[in-house]
Write a protein that binds this ligand. Structure first.
Ligand code: TAP
Length: 457
């Protein structure tokens, strides 16, 4: 394996730079620095850690445009989305800057003394990030982990390391002590694996595919190391005949084609009550045709390219022999974007049991299926190994509650497609993951409880 990796702009297929591939020795050196830095970091007064995180947040706020432009070039995200992602990182840091002073333990009544609990940091936390949302997903791990007094070693995906590298620099510029937050670039099988096997990395946060996540969990089990997993999804957008069909159809493209469908929460199955099926498809077609696919640097663009040529081939593989209902458009031809990894948003009519109805595509492809009644909708929504997100469209409150309780997913929304708010918990059931990120309790998830009894007699 060469010791550098060439980065490609997915919108043009042109190389944009080289990034180092760390060796196992280099990972070990970073972990050794983190071990030393963590002791001092955890020993700071809570207000000092809070101040350092607020100052890191301000540094990110001051560089939103630079970070966004890096994501446009490295990941092909539309500029509007990339600016949102960079601002989101600052907000996540600000939110968890409140945690060091709020990690209260308990005082438990006992005879003959005083019993108290402490939330103690694990030590060094390894965060492994995929290529689809490089900045935001990284921050969901590093911000609460740092707030709880851990040091963090962060491995971005090899394809998309640029924003993570810049965040590492901004942390130092903002005054985070050296070694507390380190970004280590390189391959998953070397750097990521070493986080799993290194005895001084005491917790791992992994976001990525279910297959690699399962191996990471098995490796962590051998080390008795806690692990949080955020994995794949095949989320259902369930539309009942009593819903506001215009609104449901108008919002459906954004729910699946955002980030070119490379989103673990993508509503990649639209389940429509049979009596509304034809009408819904009629309304969906113009919404899909209006979805603007093109140069990610343009303000008006809704969707950019796929991340790589090989990923596009994988997605295209799902479309062989698919029953395509209609497609949107995508750049092609001789212009500067002609070589990019484009694929138009595509709507397919699927049958129960089809690959497209059950497997994660991770591209701009949505499968539409009819259902008969409420029980059938729940059964169909649950007919996949995944259980990450989902949406329910109905004007019937009782039905909304029943279906929300019946669908086995970690994050559901009614008459909306929201999945991520940094102050509410996020994560999947079944093969979509283990543990929760974000929300009010995330910093506590990066601590171990210690119980201490003080005899008074
Ligand atoms: P993966 O191939 O699983 O890679 C994810 C990360 O793990 C990358 O940083 C990768 O490194 C690293 N990795 C690869 N092999 C490893 C190993 N043996 N040990 C430790 N780390 C290893 O996924 P991907 O292709 O980047 O992302 C697409 C998949 O992730 C989709 O299935 C998607 O649903 C899922 N995903 C889920 C979520 C959430 S929040 N649930 C979010 C994003 C993505 P390199 O690639 O650099 O080698």
């Amino acid at each position: 394996m060469s010791d550098t990796f060439t980065l490609i702009n997915p919108a043009t297929a042109q190389p944009i730079g080289e990034v180092a591939r760390a060796s196992v020795d280099q990972v070990d050196a970073a972990v050794a620095r983190a071990v030393v830095a963590q002791r001092a970091w955890a020993g700071l007064p809570p207000v000092a850690r809070a101040d350092a995180l607020r100052s890191f947040a301000r540094a990110v706020e001051g560089h939103v445009e630079e970070l966004a432009q890096l994501e446009v070039r490295n990941s092909g995200h539309p500029i509007g989305s990339a600016r949102w992602e960079a601002s989101h990182v600052a907000q996540v840091l600000n939110f968890y800057a409140g945690a060091p002073e709020r990690l209260s333990g308990q005082q438990i009544p006992v005879a003959g003394g005083l019993d108290v609990t402490f939330h103690e940091p694990y030590g060094v936390v390894g965060v492994i990030v995929p290529w689809n949302f490089p900045m935001t997903i990284a921050s969901w791990g590093f911000a609460p982990a740092l707030a709880a007094g851990n040091a963090v070693v962060l491995k971005p995906a090899e394809l998309t390391p640029l924003t993570a590298i810049r965040l590492g620099e901004l942390a130092l510029e903002a005054g985070l002590p050296d070694g507390v937050f380190q970004v280590v670039t390189g391959s998953g099988s070397v750097v990521g694996q070493r986080f799993v096997s290194h005895p001084d990395v005491r917790k791992v946060v992994f976001t990525g595919s279910t297959s690699v996540g399962t191996d990471v969990a098995a490796g962590c089990a051998r080390e008795l190391k806690p692990v949080t997993l955020e994995l794949g999804g095949k989320s259902a957008n369930i539309v009942f005949a009593d819903a506001d069909l215009e609104k449901a159809a108008a919002s459906a493209p954004g729910a699946v084609f955002d980030n070119a469908g490379q989103d673990c929460c993508a509503r990649s199955r639209i389940l429509v009550e049979r009596s509304a099926y034809d009408r819904f498809l009629e309304l969906l077609e113009p919404a899909v045709k209006a979805w603007r696919v093109g140069d990610p640097a343009h303000e008006a663009t809704d969707m950019g390219p796929l991340i790589s040529a090989s990923h596009r081939s994988t997605v295209q593989g799902f479309l062989e022999s698919a029953d395509v209902a209609f497609r949107g458009s995508a750049p092609a031809g001789d212009g500067p974007l002609g070589e990019g990894f484009w694929l138009p948003p595509t709507v397919v009519l699927a049958e129960r049991g089809d690959r497209l109805a059950r497997e994660e595509v991770f591209g701009p492809v949505v499968a539409v299926l009819p259902f008969d009644d409420e029980a059938d909708a729940i059964r169909l929504a649950n007919d996949t190994i995944y259980g990450l997100a989902g949406s329910i469209w109905t004007e019937n409150l009782g039905r909304a509650v029943r279906v929300a309780r019946g669908v086995k997913s970690g994050v559901l929304s009614v008459n909306s497609h929201s999945s991520v708010r940094y102050w509410t918990p996020f994560g999947g059931m079944k093969a979509s993951g283990l543990g929760r990120e974000l929300g009010p309790d995330a910093a506590e998830h990066f601590t171990e409880t210690k119980n201490v009894f003080f005899a008074t007699e």
